[in-house]
Design a protein around this ligand. Structure first.
Ligand SMILES: *Cc1c(COP(=O)(O)O)cnc(C)c1O
Length: 367
């Protein structure tokens, strides 16, 4: 059997006629940028998130970049962020000229909430929290520390659609929540898309202006903006997906739980879930001391896996100027050399998953 990391057409086929109708509606409307679909989507997603404002954008990266910028954070400022994240999180900071200050992750792959305070200086301007792999971070402790120091929290929710901490959705704890709708995300579009949600009218207004060349009124450019508009087609398709998020999220949870219950191999460390959190399994990430051997063994058996992420940002080539070395963040580096993401996607069949579990349990390794 051949198992890919992702089979994206299955999530299309699940609600095929609804997507077709939405796409045709846009094509025939004669209006393709910043129209009724985007307006409706922003209203619906905001309501769904229980957030006052939602601003549709071109991508998750733009959501991060514009959030940091709208908060007035730039050169000379520091932003606290976990060390084991995707490069986009850190780019949200460095694209604005600010400096990322890294914190090691906890055993759930999220920022270690107990190690934030020691990194706060008089240059710290925000805390960026990433709910990695689909599980909410320890938001009670994080908010307590950030509030005590008067620091805004920016949430990177690119992987955590619908994940909650103590019943409250990720993206609604901090000053602003940043979402990606990249096709492989839990709420994926059919192209690039993203958004922010916030309770802050000023912040929402600023980002709304920034996304369209810095103008509220056409050709009246109040600030130096960018082009980061969510288009009508993606908005229309996302409205369909949003209406099915309960079902989509539940399916991923069931798939994650089946992996968790089915994998019984002492060489494999399974991902644990923090108490009070619902894991939405954007990725099902196992750890293995013989990771590379396990990867090759799975490959030989037709199973594709991925590594999220092999090189942490502090060791990335593009950030050599930050001056970090191997060994500076040992937990992060240990994760980078042991993590492996198993295939898990909308529409994955039971027999496909059973096969992955059977092969995994048959891994004997080198010793
Ligand atoms: C995907 C992702 C992003 C960026 O989203 P894009 O829409 O691809 O720009 C940011 N942060 C994390 C954690 C992600 O996984």
């Amino acid at each position: 059997m051949k198992i890919s990391c992702n089979v994206l057409d299955r999530q299309y086929r699940m609600f095929e006629s609804e997507y077709d109708a939405a796409a045709l509606r846009v094509l025939k409307s004669g209006w393709y940028i910043l129209g009724n679909e985007v307006k409706q989507f922003e209203e619906e997603f905001g309501k769904h998130m229980n957030a006052k404002y939602c601003v549709g954008l071109n991508s998750g990266l733009d959501a991060l970049i514009l959030s940091v910028r709208a908060l007035g954070i730039g050169e000379g400022d520091e932003v606290i962020v976990q060390a084991n994240t995707y490069i986009a999180t850190v780019l949200g900071i460095t694209e604005n000229g600010a400096t990322p200050v890294y914190v090691e992750p906890d055993e759930y792959f999220n920022i270690d909430a107990d190690k934030i305070e020691e990194k706060i200086t008089d240059k710290t301007k925000a805390v960026m929290v990433v709910h990695l792999y689909g599980q909410a971070s320890r938001m009670d402790r994080i908010m307590e520390v950030a509030d005590r120091h008067g620091l805004p929290v920016i949430e990177d929710c690119a992987q955590s659609h619908e994940s909650c901490f103590q019943g409250k959705k990720t993206g609604t704890f901090g000053k602003i929540g940043c979402f990606s709708f990249y096709p492989t995300k839990n709420m994926g579009a059919f192209g690039d898309a993203g958004c922010v949600v916030t309770e802050d009218a000023d912040l929402a207004g600023k980002i709304r202006m920034m996304r369209n060349y810095g103008s509220r009124v056409k050709y009246h450019n109040e600030i130096e903006g960018v082009n980061s508009r969510l288009d009508e087609m993606q908005a229309a398709l996302l409205r369909v997906k949003l209406s099915h998020m309960d079902e989509i999220t539940n399916e991923r949870y069931v798939l994650g739980k089946r992996y968790y219950d089915g994998i019984r191999n002492p060489k494999i460390i399974k991902p644990e879930t923090l108490a009070g959190v619902n894991h939405v399994y954007h990725q099902f990430v196992i750890r293995c001391a013989e990771r590379d051997a396990l990867h090759d063994y799975l490959e030989e058996n037709g199973i594709q896996t991925q590594i999220h992420y092999p090189i942490p940002p502090h060791l990335a080539e593009c950030y050599a100027w930050q001056g970090y070395r191997k060994g500076d963040f040992p937990i992060t580096e240990e994760y980078a050399s042991t993590v492996l993401s198993l295939p898990l996607y909308t529409g994955m069949k039971k027999e496909e998953q059973d096969y992955v579990i059977e092969i995994l349990n048959g891994f004997r390794g080198e010793v």
